[in-house]
Design a binder for this molecule. Structure first.
Ligand SMILES: Cc1cc2nc3c(=O)[nH]c(=O)nc-3n(C[C@H](O)[C@H](O)[C@H](O)COP(=O)(O)OP(=O)(O)OC[C@H]3O[C@@H](n4cnc5c(N)ncnc54)[C@H](O)[C@@H]3O)c2cc1C
Length: 242
């Protein structure tokens, strides 16, 4: 098979890229390792920044988001020992955020792409880009026990941090910007009505976030130490930057 852009990864980035390329008349193919059903069930993000809302609207993906999403004027900050306050981004920047689950965005994107007759190959395993430094790269993958090859002008690596593309970029070309924090987040999804606002909290035992997905679905996070626990005197409180 031959195409202009071979997109590896059918998550939000790969699907959105396919939608944009299609709108500009540029042929593309998506290779996704998982089944579409699996990708659509994967629970992840829920809060969209203004730029993302704008981009989804610009490319015809705003209809369901406008009906089911929940607009926010800002985020609430709860800081131990102080009154809670709202950072009113709408007032100060004219921009709002939206609570609308990544699962819903992914569903919308697959629906649009499939309706447009996009070439999407799900459950494509052993995906491997080749000759990426040349003007005629190609990608191989296996499906149903057969090996396939896609010749293209560009390979778009949209397969996330652990995907194959990052490893394929030659070490003299790749630039990595990374900051490793000594803590992580424990995320909990709960079928309860969320707080009115997305709330970031700073406490002497660390960071907490009350986020939301829908009127009946809340997402909570608490900080945990990535180091062995040294008892209750844990004082690191920089997690609010995460
Ligand atoms: C718990 C959690 C909460 C989050 N909350 C927010 C939030 O509130 N707001 C926000 O903006 N962001 C949030 N994020 C981040 C957001 O989910 C990611 O930025 C987003 O998923 C990135 O999309 P992506 O398409 O680049 O990568 P992914 O969603 O990781 O998609 C990559 C795709 O590539 C596929 N793939 C991987 N390897 C291969 C391969 N070798 N061959 C073929 N396909 C492959 C994967 O199956 C996957 O479908 C959150 C993330 C997590 C984990």
């Amino acid at each position: 098979m031959k195409t202009k852009v071979c997109i590896i990864g059918g998550g939000p980035a790969g699907l959105m890229m396919s939608q944009i390329l299609d709108a500009k008349g540029i042929e593309n193919v998506i290779l996704e390792r998982q089944s579409i059903h699996y990708v659509n069930q994967r629970i992840r993000a829920g809060v969209l920044e203004a730029g993302t809302i704008e981009m989804l609207n610009d490319y015809g993906l705003g209809e369901r988001m406008a009906k089911e999403g929940h607009l926010h004027d800002g985020v609430a900050i709860a800081w131990q020992g102080y009154d809670q306050f709202l950072i009113d981004t709408k007032k100060h920047t004219g921009k709002q955020m939206m609570a609308y689950g990544q699962t819903a965005i992914t569903e919308d994107l697959y629906e649009k792409r499939q309706a447009a007759g996009a070439h999407i190959f799900e459950e494509a395993v052993s995906v491997q880009p080749h000759d990426v430094k040349t003007g005629s790269p190609y990608v191989t993958y296996e499906k149903d026990g057969e090996t396939h090859r896609i010749d293209c002008d560009f390979v778009a690596g949209c397969d996330g941090f652990h995907g194959v593309c990052r490893q394929t970029i030659p070490s003299d070309v790749i630039k990595t910007f990374e900051r490793v924090y000594p803590f992580g987040w424990l995320g909990i999804m709960s079928q309860t009505p969320p707080l009115e606002e997305v709330m970031y909290a700073r406490h002497e035992r660390g960071f907490a976030l009350a986020s939301q997905r829908s009127p009946m679905l809340s997402r909570y996070y608490v900080q945990y130490s990535a180091r062995p626990c040294r008892g209750p005197s844990f004082k690191r409180t920089t997690a609010y930057r995460a």
